[in-house]
Design a protein around this ligand. Structure first.
Ligand code: FAD
Length: 393
C-alpha cells in the first residue's frame, strides 16, 4: 500500500453515512482529490439506530454513483401510526427499508473507498486551524476538514459551537410480533412528551424495536431501565425477547440551523441534523455529506479551499432551511395531544395528508396546504371515539 500523503485535500472525520457521503460527493465531482476518511472504529461496526432508511436516501446515493445498497433487503410498504388506541395505517407512497447499520454503513464505506477515499482508523482529539491548513492531532494536515463524527462531535466541540436540543433513544432487536410484520410501527407516548416507541420489521424475522424521548434541560435523562419500561408500556412484549440493546443521543435540528462557513465543515449529526418529529437523521447525513463533498471539490477547482464552507453553507441552507423551519413548527405543535390525534385522524381520512406527513418526517417535505387543511379540518371536527382507523388492505 502506498504511504499516506502528509497533506490531504480533504479529511473527513467519521465514516458513518454523513462521512462516507462526503467522500463520495467530493470524489464524484473530482476523482483526483486526495481524500482521507477517518473513524475511531473499524467497519463493520454497530450504531444505535432504528435502521429505517427512507427511499430518498437511495435517490441521493444514486446521484453519486452508489446503487444496489439495499438489493438484498426486503422493502417495508406500510406505516402504522398510533396513539393511545387511535391508529392510522396506510401504504407509503414509496416503500422504506430497514437495514442494520452494521450492514449499511460498511457498504457506504466500501463505496467511498472504491471511489478513491483512503480509510484510516484514527480517533480525532484535537483540531487546529492555520491560515492555509487544518491540522488534526498534530499529525494529519488537510486543506479542508469535514466533521462527520456524530452526535458528540469532537470537531464541533473544537469549533466551540454549543450543542442544541437532544433526544435520547434505545434500540434492540427482537423477533417480529405477528401483528407487526411488513410494517413500520410508531406508537406515540402519552406521558413523556414528545416520545415514541417503534417496531420496524427488518424482513428477516427480526424487528428493530426501540423507544426515544426528547430531553429537557434541568431534568435528569431517563435511565436505560426507564427507557425499556416505556418501550414495553407502548408496545407490549417488545422488550421480552429483545437483544443487543444500545442507546445514543440524537441532536435535533432547529429552525435556526447555521453551519460553519470556513475550512472546517459539519455534516449529519455533527451539524445537529436529526428530524425533531421522527428522529430520522440518515437522510440529512447523506444530503449534507454529498453537499459538503461537492463544495470542497468546487472550492478546490477554483484554488480557494478556504471558500468550501461558504459554498456549503449557501447550498445547504437553500436546500434545507424551509424544511427545517416547517419541521420545527410541526414538532412544537406535536407536543399537543389534540394536534397529534388530529394528525392521525387526518392521515387515516386522506392519503395525501398521510403522504405529506411522511415527506416531512423522512426527507425534506414541508407543511403543505393539503396537510395544514387536513389537520385543521380534523381539529375542528367532533372527536371520534378512540379506535382503529385503517385504510382497506
Ligand atoms: C436509537 C436511535 C434510532 C434512530 N433511528 C433512526 C432511523 O430509523 N432512521 C434514521 O434515518 N435515523 C435514525 N436515527 C438517527 C441516525 O442514527 C443518525 O442521524 C445518523 O447515524 C447520523 O449519521 P452520521 O454519519 O452523521 O453519524 P454517525 O452515524 O453517528 O457516525 C459518526 C461516526 O463518527 C465516528 N467518530 C465519532 N467520534 C470520532 C472521533 N473523535 N474520531 C474519529 N471518528 C469518530 C463514529 O465511530 C461513527 O462511525 C436514530 C438514532 C438513534 C440514536
Amino acid at each position: 500500500m502506498a504511504s499516506a500523503p502528509a497533506h490531504w485535500d480533504l479529511v473527513v472525520v467519521g465514516a458513518g453515512p454523513a462521512g462516507a457521503a462526503t467522500a463520495l460527493g467530493a470524489l464524484r465531482a473530482d476523482p483526483g482529490l486526495r481524500v482521507a476518511l477517518l473513524d475511531r472504529a473499524d467497519f463493520p461496526r454497530d450504531k444505535a439506530c432504528g435502521d429505517g432508511v427512507a427511499p430518498h436516501v437511495l435517490d441521493l446515493l444514486a446521484e453519486v454513483g452508489v446503487t444496489g445498497v439495499v438489493d438484498d433487503r426486503i422493502p417495508v410498504g406500510r406505516l402504522r401510526l398510533g396513539r393511545d388506541g387511535l391508529v392510522a395505517e396506510r401504504r407509503m407512497a414509496r416503500p422504506a427499508w430497514v437495514v442494520p447499520r452494521r450492514v449499511l454503513d460498511a457498504r457506504l464505506v466500501d463505496a467511498a473507498v472504491a471511489a478513491g477515499a483512503r480509510f484510516l482508523r484514527h480517533r480525532v482529539r484535537d483540531l487546529r486551524q492555520y491560515t492555509d491548513a487544518v491540522v488534526l492531532d498534530g499529525e494529519i494536515s488537510a486543506a479542508v476538514v469535514v466533521g462527520a463524527d456524530g452526535a458528540h462531535s469532537a470537531v464541533r466541540r473544537a469549533l466551540g459551537r454549543p450543542r442544541g436540543p437532544m433526544a435520547l433513544a434505545l434500540r434492540g432487536y427482537a423477533p417480529v410480533a405477528p401483528g407487526r410484520r411488513g410494517t413500520q410501527v410508531i406508537e406515540f407516548g402519552t406521558r413523556h412528551q414528545p416520545s415514541y416507541a417503534w417496531s420496524f420489521d427488518r424482513g428477516d424475522g427480526l424487528a428493530n424495536v426501540g423507544y426515544g424521548e426528547v430531553l429537557h434541560r434541568g431534568r435528569p435523562a431517563p435511565t436505560r431501565g426507564r427507557l425499556l419500561e416505556r418501550l414495553d408500556a407502548l408496545l407490549p412484549g417488545a422488550t421480552g425477547a429483545g437483544r443487543h440493546w444500545v442507546g445514543h443521543h440524537l441532536p435535533l435540528s432547529t429552525a435556526r440551523w447555521r453551519p460553519p462557513a470556513d475550512r472546517v465543515l459539519l455534516v449529519g449529526d455533527a451539524a445537529g441534523l436529526v428530524n425533531p418529529l421522527t428522529g430520522e437523521g440518515i437522510y440529512y447525513a447523506v444530503a449534507t455529506g454529498i453537499a459538503a463533498g461537492r463544495a470542497v471539490a468546487a472550492a478546490r477547482r477554483e484554488g480557494r479551499p478556504e471558500q468550501a464552507g461558504e459554498r456549503y453553507a449557501r447550498a445547504t441552507r437553500r436546500m434545507l432551511l424551509p424544511h427545517l423551519r416547517h419541521t420545527a413548527l410541526a414538532a412544537r405543535l406535536a407536543r399537543s395531544r389534540p394536534v397529534v390525534e388530529a394528525g392521525l385522524r387526518a392521515s387515516a381520512a386522506d392519503q395525501r395528508v398521510f403522504d405529506g406527513l411522511v415527506e416531512l418526517g423522512l426527507a425534506r417535505g414541508r407543511l403543505t396546504p393539503t396537510v395544514v387543511f387536513g389537520l385543521g379540518r380534523a381539529l375542528v371536527a367532533p372527536a371520534r371515539p378512540a379506535g382503529r382507523i385503517r385504510e382497506p388492505a
